[in-house]
Each structure stands twice: as C-alpha cells, then as structure tokens.
Design a protein around this ligand. Structure first.
Ligand code: GLA
Length: 359
C-alpha cells in the first residue's frame, strides 16, 4: 500500500471519492431509454490529485501497485488507466481545463463483480478534477462525461445508470431514474428490509460478453417496431410480431420497465421481493444474461424464509446477485446460503454489507 505522498513525494492538492452501486431493479433498460432503480454501496473509490510540471499525467493505482504515464494524445495500454484517460479526454473536449496531473487511486469497490468499480473510478476522477481546478461541473454532467469515457475509450456501449448512481445516489435510498429525461428522485427501501449482495464466483468481462450484442438486438428490435427506443413500446404483445430472439429481448425490456415503475412506488418488502424474483426469471429466460451459478445462488436466496426476493444484478454473464432481506437476518442468510452454494461445489462471498460494516 503506497500513499499519494509515498508515490509522488508530496501531499495531494485534493481528494475526492465516489461509491460503487448495486442495481435493485431495471436491468438492461438504461440503453433503451427506460427506468432503473440503483442504490449506492458503502465501498468507495478515492482519487487524489495534484498539478505536476512534467507535461504528462502520472497515474498510480494502489490496488495494482503500478504507475502509468500518459498524455491525452494516446490511449494508455493499461486497462485501468483507460477510464481515467477517457474522463480527462472527454472533460477536455467539453471545454474543461485538464492540466498535467499526478493522480493516485485507491478503492475498496470490488472489481469485475458487477458493482460498477469503473463508474466509481470515473466519477471520483471527475470530482477530483472539479475540486482541483474549481471549474463548474455539476453531478449530472459528471455522470454524462463518465459514460462517454466508458463508451468511447473503454469499449463498452453502456447506458448511464452506473455513472448516475455513482454521482447522485446514496446508500440510504434508491435512485429512481428515468434514463431518457434524467428525471430522478430518491426512493426509500421498503420498511423492514436491507440489501444483501453475494458474488457468484463467476467472473465477467463486460466488453467481452454479450452486452454489446444485447444492445444491438434492442436497436434492431426498435427499428423493426418503428420506435426510437424500446422505451416507447408499452404493449407487450408488440413483441410477438418479432422473430426469435428479438421477441424475448423486447418482452424483457417492456416487463422490466413496468416492474421498476411498480417497485419505485411500492411500500411493502414482500411486493418488492416478488418483483425481484420476476425480474430474475425475465433476465434468465427472455434476456438470457444469466449463468447456471447465478440461477443457483438466486434460487437458494429466494428459498430462504428471511429473504423477500432475489435476482442477478448488473449486466449478468456472471457477477453478483442482490437480495432484499429482513435486516436482522443478513448474517444468517448469507452464511446459510453460501454454505449451501458451497455444498453444491461453488464458491461465493458477501460483497454488501462490506466486511468493515456492522451487520
Ligand atoms: C452495466 C452497464 C449499465 C447497464 C447494466 C445492465 O452495468 O454499465 O449501463 O446497462 O449493465 O442493467
């Protein structure tokens, strides 16, 4: 572990943080202009910065123990650096002054498990740039620049959910977001409920997965249905006019948007949990982004008496499950479910609540 001062020889000018997120409802709806309901998690990424006079950027990752040097003319070869580079390039293109900087990154957001460690890194980078240079950058613009960085420089044609969640959500209430208009409001969790996130042990890489392919399928379906995006289709029978697999992709998007609207207005944990279960079935059968391990973990969670509902969360193709549980049973649920999961030959672990917090 090497602090900013140990790497760069002087303390940073500013320190900024941004959290990861877990999505409670509304999966793959954001790039269809639909509705989402993420919540921030306790784990944060911290970015420290200082001006340098070297004429180039120096970026140190405490987790990787390495320093990368780059200018804004050439995409760095190191993957983690592309997110920071992308934010700086997009900020510059948007008229933000981006002087050469020493940058230090430290994070306890788990990487590669679907909790948006990349969005946390992007948002923390832009918050640090705002704090250091005093330039006007509001939280929505930060999310938009961060999304652009990810699409243009990291190669994932993501929606805006993760960046908006990292920039605007908190850990106490979910962020109900209309990804078309960016209208949003904070929604409290149902009474007597708490969020549990378990990792399935199956790694996922977004860009290498079917994520971009799903997005292309949705675009094709929207074109065939003569709408700008699938957000514009309310009648689920419209899906029946399309060939396989487009009909099922459309069915998922329409039903998932409807579930988010109900979830954002619902006040019972039982009802919310039922929507989560339905969301998982839709992601598994219609959108086909689950894997057997996630199905197994979700089934074990759903079968536990202190769990209201569970589903895969994030893009899928591996990664994590989210469950809504009775708050006092979080420890018991995670222990029992992970033991049963292990008896079936898999290895999972608890991601939220984090080890450092009291359950
Ligand atoms: C990833 C993307 C998001 C969203 C989810 C799926 O996290 O970054 O924009 O599309 O997958 O809901």
């Amino acid at each position: 572990m090497c602090s900013f001062e140990a790497v760069f020889g002087a303390p940073p000018g500013v320190v900024a943080q941004a959290p990861g997120r877990v999505n409670l409802m509304g999966e793959h709806t954001d790039y269809n202009d639909g509705y989402v309901l993420p919540i921030a998690i306790e784990q944060q990424t911290t970015v420290s910065m200082r001006h340098n006079d070297q004429g180039e950027f120096a970026l140190h990752s405490e987790m990787l123990g390495s320093t990368v040097r780059f200018t804004l003319d050439t995409l760095p070869a190191e993957h983690f650096a592309t997110y920071v580079y992308g934010c700086l390039v997009e900020a510059r293109a948007d008229g933000i002054h981006t002087p050469p900087l020493d940058i230090h990154v430290q994070s306890d957001v788990p990487m590669g498990v679907g909790l948006s460690s990349s969005a946390a890194l992007e948002v923390a980078t832009l918050r640090a740039l705002r704090a250091l240079t005093g330039q006007p950058l509001d939280d929505v613009r930060i999310a938009q620049l961060a999304q652009r960085a990810e699409i243009r420089h990291a190669g994932v044609r993501c929606g805006i959910m993760d960046q908006m969640a990292s920039s605007l959500a908190d850990t106490k209430s979910a962020l109900f977001l209309d990804t078309r208009t960016l209208d949003r409001r904070l929604v409290p969790l149902p009474p007597e409920s708490a969020v549990l996130v378990l990792y399935s042990g199956v790694a996922r890489t977004l860009a290498g997965s079917g994520y971009n392919q799903r997005r292309a399928e949705c675009e094709e379906a929207a074109q065939r249905l003569g709408v700008v995006s699938l957000r514009d289709v309310d009648d689920i029978s419209a899906a029946d006019t399309l060939p396989e697999p487009l009909c099922r992709r459309v069915r998922h998007i329409i039903s998932e948007n409807a579930r988010v609207l109900v979830a954002a207005a619902c006040c019972s944990a039982g009802e919310f949990g039922g929507l989560m279960n339905a969301s998982h079935a839709s992601l598994r059968d219609d959108y086909e982004v689950s894997v057997p391990e996630l199905d197994q973990l979700v089934a074990l969670l759903q079968a536990h008496p202190n769990v209201y509902g569970a589903r895969l969360t994030g893009a899928g193709f591996g990664g994590a499950c989210v469950a809504l549980c009775e708050p006092q049973a979080l420890n018991e649920v995670s222990q029992v479910v992970l033991q049963d999961y292990s008896d079936e030959g898999f290895t999972g672990r608890v991601l939220v609540p984090s080890l450092s917090s009291t359950v």
